[in-house]
Design a protein around this ligand. Structure first.
Ligand SMILES: [Zn+2]
Length: 61
Protein backbone atom coordinates (compact mmCIF):
# COMPACT_ATOMS: atom_id res chain seq x y z
CA UNK A 1 0.00 0.00 0.00
CA UNK A 2 1.16 3.49 -0.71
CA UNK A 3 0.49 6.41 1.49
CA UNK A 4 0.76 9.98 0.33
CA UNK A 5 0.38 13.32 2.00
CA UNK A 6 -3.27 14.40 2.36
CA UNK A 7 -4.61 10.89 1.83
CA UNK A 8 -7.25 9.88 4.30
CA UNK A 9 -7.61 6.51 5.86
CA UNK A 10 -10.15 4.48 7.73
CA UNK A 11 -8.63 2.62 10.67
CA UNK A 12 -9.71 -0.78 11.95
CA UNK A 13 -10.04 0.47 15.49
CA UNK A 14 -11.68 3.75 16.25
CA UNK A 15 -10.04 6.54 18.17
CA UNK A 16 -11.41 7.09 21.70
CA UNK A 17 -13.32 10.11 20.34
CA UNK A 18 -15.43 7.74 18.23
CA UNK A 19 -14.00 8.55 14.80
CA UNK A 20 -12.01 6.18 12.64
CA UNK A 21 -10.97 8.58 9.89
CA UNK A 22 -7.49 10.06 9.72
CA UNK A 23 -5.60 12.39 7.42
CA UNK A 24 -1.93 11.86 6.64
CA UNK A 25 -0.19 15.11 7.43
CA UNK A 26 3.42 13.96 7.19
CA UNK A 27 5.16 11.12 5.38
CA UNK A 28 8.71 9.87 5.62
CA UNK A 29 10.39 7.46 8.02
CA UNK A 30 7.43 8.02 10.30
CA UNK A 31 3.92 9.08 9.45
CA UNK A 32 1.89 11.72 11.20
CA UNK A 33 -1.84 11.22 11.24
CA UNK A 34 -4.52 13.62 12.35
CA UNK A 35 -7.79 12.30 13.72
CA UNK A 36 -10.62 13.93 11.79
CA UNK A 37 -12.89 13.68 14.79
CA UNK A 38 -10.94 15.49 17.48
CA UNK A 39 -7.77 16.74 15.76
CA UNK A 40 -5.46 14.56 17.86
CA UNK A 41 -2.15 13.84 16.12
CA UNK A 42 -0.29 10.54 16.33
CA UNK A 43 3.10 9.49 15.04
CA UNK A 44 3.42 5.93 13.72
CA UNK A 45 5.89 3.96 11.66
CA UNK A 46 5.01 2.21 8.44
CA UNK A 47 4.39 -1.24 9.93
CA UNK A 48 1.94 0.14 12.49
CA UNK A 49 0.27 2.28 9.85
CA UNK A 50 -0.20 -0.79 7.65
CA UNK A 51 -1.67 -2.75 10.54
CA UNK A 52 -4.14 -0.08 11.55
CA UNK A 53 -5.37 0.68 8.02
CA UNK A 54 -8.69 -0.71 6.91
CA UNK A 55 -8.99 1.48 3.81
CA UNK A 56 -7.14 4.33 2.15
CA UNK A 57 -9.07 7.17 0.59
CA UNK A 58 -6.78 8.77 -1.98
CA UNK A 59 -6.75 12.52 -2.24
CA UNK A 60 -8.25 14.07 -5.34
CA UNK A 61 -5.71 14.73 -8.05
ZN1 LIG B 1 -10.11 11.44 17.73
Amino acid sequence: MEYELKDKLISKKQHPCGFNEWEIIRTGADYKLKCLGCGHIILVDYSILKKMTKQIIKKEN
